[in-house]
Write a protein that binds this ligand. Structure first.
Ligand SMILES: *[C@@H]1O[C@H](CO)[C@@H](O)[C@H](O)[C@H]1NC(C)=O
Ligand SMILES: *[C@@H]1O[C@H](CO)[C@@H](O)[C@H](O)[C@H]1NC(C)=O
Ligand SMILES: *[C@@H]1O[C@H](CO)[C@@H](O)[C@H](O)[C@H]1NC(C)=O
Ligand SMILES: *[C@@H]1O[C@H](CO)[C@@H](O)[C@H](O)[C@H]1NC(C)=O
Ligand SMILES: *[C@@H]1O[C@H](CO)[C@@H](O)[C@H](O)[C@H]1NC(C)=O
Length: 385
């Protein structure tokens, strides 16, 4: 008789627990929908860099100017070039305009011989790599060993190898990623490091030439926005669009949330500032963090803004001058393309300075690491120049 009541009451307890569990799940689901972010068991999610002690940069205080630049001869137009740029190498590294010019603007603008062009391209690479060195030391970002890196399989997601040219590409979405995958095919085939056994992956990371192409963060995020929320409406991004409108638009009607086809740029930018989860998407994540710049120590940093020179030099470098960049479709694709400054200003004019500032504080490591600046927006839109 007594054991009967015990069984009955434990059944009751179990069903109460069950209902309680369901409520918790529903509540979390609602939270996820409302804020697009998940807080699991009260564990606070921190920004990727918050667990890192920032040093004052005492060990490294300035970038070294590559010797090759100090060594330029003083003849003809090259003199002008050397005068202008040996003292102003940020200009040399990245001119503050976004005109993508595949027709080697350096050799054209300055009528450089091929030898001089090669020297300058090497100097540009040295400077970009030096900047990365500086950055990783300044923020005291620990380097993982290759073995440790390989063990964490998700880390390899963005890495593609080509065995013929012995090259590993860190693919960044919204930075000509599909074109670079085609280039690897033209080189003779791609292998995703994600799919390879650990040993083969390790071998490639240790021995191959590692390449990363980047892009101005303002242009990259605008491109992600236009591609995913304006030009196309694929289900996954409509789903994200619902979250964005649900959380960022005051007084959104259920229909607006359901359709989610008119996400505005300010709403999208606001969403990306909400927490690490909202910007874990590979189309707008932080390059320095998600492409493991301090761990992998890429051998080559290219920029979409200088893709003509950079890609031509890359092809020259990996093939020892045997291959010619103009034979790759990538060069044709970007001929005549201008990701111009006016377009950026047109879009970012709609984003408040306060929101831009919040966004910049989160993305500024990508600016710093790759030598970009917000000044491109002009002092009316970015008064902190
Ligand atoms: C600079 O020029 C000198 C003399 O021509 C040469 O010996 C030296 O190797 C050059 N250095 C570099 C880094 O090109
Ligand atoms: C560096 O180059 C930029 C762009 O040409 C120019 O506006 C700036 O005055 C230069 N700075 C120095 C210190 O020469
Ligand atoms: C480039 O230099 C060559 C040889 O110095 C000269 O013949 C040619 O006219 C120059 N081209 C331009 C566009 O300045
Ligand atoms: C590459 O090919 C183009 C067109 O076929 C040619 O004009 C150019 O001189 C070549 N460059 C090199 C370095 O061979
Ligand atoms: C800027 O905002 C206005 C008003 O909301 C809108 O009509 C316009 O299309 C927006 N511009 C861009 C480039 O999104």
């Amino acid at each position: 008789m007594e054991s009967h009541t015990v069984v009955a009451s434990s059944r009751k307890i179990i069903s109460i627990l069950f209902v309680f569990g369901c409520c918790v799940l529903l509540f979390e689901y609602k939270i996820i929908h409302k804020f697009g972010t998940v807080k699991i068991k009260g564990r606070k999610r921190v920004e990727p860099w918050q667990d890192r002690r920032e040093t004052t940069g005492k060990q490294v205080t300035a970038f070294r100017l590559p010797n090759v630049l100090q060594n330029l001869t003083t003849k003809g137009t090259e003199e002008t070039f050397a005068d202008q740029h040996s003292t102003n190498y940020s200009y040399f590294d990245f001119p503050e305009h976004l005109n993508i010019n595949v027709d080697s603007f350096l050799s054209q603008d300055y009528n450089l011989s091929r030898e001089r062009w090669l020297t300058l391209m090497e100097a540009r690479q040295q400077m970009r790599l030096e900047k990365i060195n500086f950055f990783c030391q300044k923020y005291n970002i620990r380097e993982k060993s290759v073995a440790e890196f390989v063990r964490r399989k998700p880390f390899r997601h963005a890495l593609y190898a080509n065995d013929q040219q012995k090259i590993v590409f860190g693919i960044v979405l919204k930075v000509a990623s599909n074109h670079f995958k085609k280039v690897l095919k033209q080189f003779g085939g791609t292998k995703r490091l994600y799919m390879l056994p650990d040993e083969k992956c390790k071998h490639r990371l240790e021995n191959f030439f590692k390449v990363l192409f980047v892009r101005h963060p303002l242009a990259r995020i605008l491109s992600a926005y236009r591609d995913k929320f304006v030009d196309h409406h694929i289900p996954h991004f409509v789903h994200i669009g619902r979250r964005i409108i649900g959380s960022e638009r005051k007084g959104a009607t259920p229909l607006e949330v359901k359709e989610a086809i008119d996400v505005s740029l300010p709403e999208f930018i606001k969403y990306t500032t909400k927490g690490p989860m909202t910007r874990s998407n590979a189309h707008w994540n932080l390059i320095w963090y998600h492409n493991h710049v301090c761990d992998l120590r890429y051998d080559f940093i290219g920029k979409l803004e200088t893709i003509g020179d950079d890609f031509a030099y890359l092809v020259h470098k990996v093939s020892d001058g045997r291959l010619n960049a103009s034979h790759y479709k990538l060069m044709k694709a970007y001929r005549g393309y201008h990701g111009d400054q006016e377009k950026l200003r047109t879009y970012y004019r709609n984003v408040s300075t306060a929101l831009l500032k919040v966004w910049y504080d989160i993305y500024k490591r990508d600016f710093e690491l790759f030598g970009y600046s917000m000044n491109i927006l002009g002092s009316d839109l970015w008064p902190f120049q």
